[in-house]
Design a protein around this ligand. Structure first.
Ligand SMILES: *Cc1c(COP(=O)(O)O)cnc(C)c1O
Length: 395
């Protein structure tokens, strides 16, 4: 009988479980060493110095490459460190085409840091082939996609863009933080590089800062290895262990994040204080069909607009179970106000043009019981409406 490859749930649960040859420990230990003894001149155990390669990190990196269907994985000290390493592929005169509704830190890195080294970027709706074509220059080197985008959940057809990019010899880079390889594997759709803020869903517990890069192709993987080692923003052994521990439960967590987020979004759609809900699971979302085609599920974050910006302050004051905090992807529910938090570094014109205005709230739905989440959010919405509109009724 032909052997069936292991499902992703099993591969996740077993990260590092059969790699430890000495004691048979079922989870791979933390090798807290930066230097490794050479057996003799000209020989190496495969490990020399921990920046270049380290045992605990290696298990994480190989698992990541495998989960994302790539050839090599690189663990970095944060998502931004991973982005710095990737953008270091480019230099003086190079140009990138980038998703318009972008993570604020990525925008800041390109505009404030890589611009100093002569790298420029054009921000567009990357799902629009005409816009891609119009933005392309002789010096364009890559397309950088977030899909879904955060916070507005815009969807880009990865396969369509990767096909276009290949025709013009451009790299396709996808930030897969929001969906994780459990729901979406960009390399299988033609992307060359996948980047993760593993701080979010992969780690999943709001307790480890980490980034991952996965590359496809020998030459690109070798170049990334060179940059990863040369820049040195690598992940430490303890954090590598912590991240693997989180990843073991990714499948369970993503399923719960997805169902909770969808249920909260459905609740909000019917609430009188809410103007709009941005969630690709709804058939009226413009990216619904593409999302269903290229991903096997939806992420646990989405955003919504309240009818009146004055509701925002009391909502954030009245939520109890849901924390008013930055970040996303952890087991605990967090609510963010993008205009003043995550997206504060994006100029107001750009922010407003894409729709990140002062009525928009982002909700990273955790794995708590759905009834408790709806009670907490519903209570806060009702209290906010009462505070703002209450006066009017008594007039
Ligand atoms: C958080 C985040 C990053 C940055 O990652 P850090 O781990 O915070 O450095 C990059 N991209 C996306 C989509 C993110 O959500």
């Amino acid at each position: 009988m032909e052997k069936k490859p292991l499902s992703i749930e099993s591969r996740l649960a077993q990260i590092g479980s059969i790699e430890e040859p000495v004691t048979g420990a079922v989870n791979f230990p933390i090798y807290q060493a930066t230097a490794f003894r050479h057996p003799k001149l000209g020989q190496s155990t495969g490990f020399d110095y921990a920046r270049t390669k380290s045992p605990t990190r290696k298990v994480l990196e190989e698992a990541s490459a495998q989960l994302e269907s790539g050839d090599a994985g690189f663990a970095c000290s944060s998502g931004m460190a991973a982005l710095q390493t990737i953008f270091s592929l480019f230099g003086q005169g190079d140009h990138l085409i980038v998703s318009l509704d972008l993570y604020g830190g990525t925008y800041r890195m390109l505009e404030r840091i890589f611009s100093k080294f002569g790298v420029s970027a054009t921000y567009i709706d990357t799902n629009d082939l005409d816009e891609l074509e119009k933005s392309r220059r002789p010096e364009t080197k890559a397309v950088f996609i977030e899909t879904p985008t955060n916070p507005l959940m815009m969807i880009t057809d990865i396969e369509k863009v990767a096909t276009w990019a290949k025709r013009h010899q451009l790299l396709t880079i996808v930030d897969n933080t929001l969906l994780t390889p459990f729901f979406q594997r960009p390399i299988e759709l033609g992307a060359d590089i996948v980047i993760h803020s593993a701080t979010k869903y992969l780690g999943g517990h709001n307790d480890v800062l980490a980034g991952l890069i996965v590359t496809k192709g020998k030459e690109l993987s070798e170049e990334m290895f060179f940059l990863h080692n040369s820049i040195g923003a690598v992940l430490g052994a303890s954090d590598s262990y912590q991240l693997m521990r989180g990843m073991k439960t990714l499948a369970l967590r993503m399923e719960r994040h997805e169902s909770n987020a969808k249920a909260v979004a459905e609740f909000l759609k019917t609430h009188p204080a809410i103007d709009e809900v941005f969630h690709p699971a709804f058939p009226d979302h413009p990216g619904h069909d593409i999302q269903n085609k290229q991903s096997s599920g939806n992420t646990g974050i989405f955003s919504f607009k309240v009818k009146d910006a004055r509701y925002v302050e009391p909502i954030l004051r009245h939520i109890r179970l849901i924390a008013f905090a930055e970040s996303l992807g952890g087991v605990e529910s967090l609510m963010t106000y993008p205009a003043v938090q995550t997206h504060a570094d994006i100029p107001e014109e750009i922010r407003k043009a894409v729709g990140v205005d002062d009525r928009l709230l982002r909700f990273s739905v955790g794995i708590e019981h759905i009834d408790d989440l709806i009670a907490d959010l519903g209570g806060a919405l009702d209290a906010a409406v009462e505070e703002i509109e209450g006066g009017k009724h008594h007039e």
